[in-house]
Design a protein around this ligand. Structure first.
Ligand code: GLN
Length: 545
């Protein structure tokens, strides 16, 4: 029997990389602003249980949820667009499904039966999806099917979606690509073939959304409508936008909500996204004060490795009504060429990371920021290295380091967390998810968070500031502005002078356009102030001449 809940399934066709995640999030936004409770679910075909064990270089950033789930970076897009926190169960992977089935089989749950893709695996998928809808009390569940239709990896999942449509009220959206052979020569045939492939699997897309190289022509729409058997109003254009946050409005204007509402028989309502649009305009408007923020990292050639950091900078810049240019700096370049490349920056961030490569370049960058009064924000590893730099340069602890990079150092100022000592397995074993933090009054971190006594941010790490050294570091002048209420772990550190804050957490993961991360907002403000001051100093020097 149908639950009465509604399900929207987004399928990718022809090729990957068309922006299914952003589309799914945008659809969610159109529904959420109309008062519906929506929850997105994503299926990824890989056989890893989660992406915690994947290299960001290959797979993009690992996103962490409040409950500690390590998930695909699309979840960051969902949360940023919908301004909600999702549970780990929103992420279904090939690995999770296999583990579930095999555990059940060993337990004897299928005793006497041969366990098959259909119906056992497909039934598990359907139950999972229905249960998430129920647990989150959602009106509408959005399901993004990772990969492309026709892939071997997601075939059983697509079949489960076909079966779901026999049991529940489901709307299918085909995301496709309409290439142009030359300007004006738009080709719809790949879409037609892809649509037939989907139909051969028992699924008839209700809405077709087209990425393209040039605006979707009327004739292209007509052809797609005719050959794919959808009303022409249900063929929509998904153009390249300046910022992804514009997509909900682009789809709104083409009446996507109306098409969905017709299918599900929902109320036809209009909404005005005042606050959201204001923030989007701030991101795209050109005549703005600018600041340049450097991210000193290791995977800087792969922009996807630091998506949430980049987005948090954009949110905070919009909140401060400035434009932020982001410069990705490879930390090994600093080791080879020195800190000259950092001179044009108004603010420096060292983001999270693992492994020894590039560590010394990051430490040099932090020192450059501290000595030159450049605002600094250290995220997880960036905080640990901030402590090591301070220990070496100010507290006289020569060679101070994290045990992760130098197990023989005389000053292991960053040490393995006690609960991590005996862990051998790699998957989902770090200190993960949301933890509370008590802020010390009158510190910069406390000011950034609006003078709140307790905050909560998400974590993903194995090491911590070594409690054996905290007193010496504090005596040397380093301020520990945040501590864990449970075991006193140092959660935040800061410099006395200028703006320099390190956090053991990843505040970028909770930054949203509508709720920018407080530390980023404070950091960008400090970058603006410094730029102004430097200008002022420059002018004074000119006048003296
Ligand atoms: N490698 C460090 C640790 O495990 C930092 C992790 C991070 O930056 N996310 O503690």
């Amino acid at each position: 029997m149908s639950s009465g809940r509604k399900f929207i399934v987004v399928l990718g066709s022809i090729m990957s990389g068309l922006g299914k995640g952003i589309l799914t999030a945008s659809i969610g936004r159109l529904l959420k602003t109309r008062g519906y409770k929506v929850t997105p679910i994503k299926f990824d075909g890989y056989m890893n249980v989660d992406c915690g064990t994947m290299n960001p270089f290959r797979h993009g950033e690992v996103f962490v949820l409040d409950d500690g789930g390590e998930v695909d970076m699309d979840f960051g897009t969902y949360e940023r667009f919908l301004n909600i926190s999702l549970p780990s169960r929103s992420s279904i992977t090939g690995g999770k499904m296999s583990r579930l089935i095999l555990e059940k089989e060993r337990r004897g749950d299928y005793l006497g039966r041969d366990v098959q893709v259909v119906p056992h695996l497909t039934n598990e998928i359907k139950s999972w999806i229905k249960a998430v809808g129920e647990e989150t009390k959602s009106d509408i569940v959005l399901i993004e099917v990772g990969g492309t239709v026709g892939d071997l990896e997601n075939g059983y999942f697509v079949e489960a979606m076909h079966q779901l449509s026999k049991e529940e009220n489901v709307l299918f959206i085909q995301l496709t690509y309409v290439p142009s052979l030359s300007p004006g020569e738009q080709k719809t045939k790949p879409t037609q073939h892809a649509n037939r492939l989907i139909q051969s699997l028992g699924i008839k897309p209700n809405i077709i959304i087209c990425r393209e190289q040039e605006p979707l022509q009327k004739e292209s729409k007509e052809k797609i409508a005719l050959f794919c058997d959808v009303p022409i109003e249900n063929v929509l254009d998904d153009p390249l936008v300046e910022t992804v946050y514009q997509l909900p409005e682009v789809l709104e204007k083409q009446k996507l909500y109306e098409a969905i509402a017709r299918h599900f028989k929902l109320r036809q309502t209009k909404v005005h996204e005042g606050n959201w649009n204001r923030m989007v305009n701030r991101i795209v408007s050109k005549d703005k004060k600018r600041v340049t923020i450097g991210i000193v990292g290791k995977y800087t050639a792969v922009k996807d490795a630091y998506v949430s950091v980049r987005e948090a900078i954009l949110h905070a810049a919009a909140a401060n009504n400035v434009h932020a240019d982001i410069a990705f700096v490879e930390s090994t370049d600093i080791e080879k060429e020195g800190t000259k490349i950092l001179e044009s920056l108004d603010g420096i961030i060292v983001p999270g990371g693992f492994g020894k490569r590039g560590i010394e370049g990051k430490i040099l960058s932090i020192r450059h920021a501290r000595k030159n009064g450049i605002p600094y924000l250290g995220l997880c590893l960036g905080m640990q290295l901030m402590v090591a730099e301070y220990a070496r340069d100010v507290c006289g602890m020569e060679g101070a380091n994290s045990e992760e990079f130098d197990s023989g150092t005389a000053y292991p100022v960053i040490a393995i967390l006690p609960e991590q000592l005996n862990i051998i397995e790699k998957g989902a074993t770090m200190r993960l998810g949301a933890y509370p933090c008590l802020l010390k009054e009158k510190t910069k971190a406390w000011e950034c968070y609006g003078r709140r006594a307790e905050i909560s941010e998400r974590h993903r790490h194995r090491y911590e500031v070594n409690p054996k050294f905290t007193e010496a570091l504090e005596n040397g002048g380093l301020i520990f502005s945040g501590r864990s209420p449970r075991n006193n772990i140092v959660e935040m550190s800061e410099w006395k002078e200028g703006f320099g804050i390190g956090t053991q957490a990843h505040p970028e993961l909770k930054s949203r356009l509508e709720a920018p991360a407080p530390l980023f907002v404070g950091f960008i403000k400090a970058a603006i102030d410094r730029k102004k001051k430097m200008r002022g100093n420059g002018k004074k020097k000119e006048e003296k001449k």
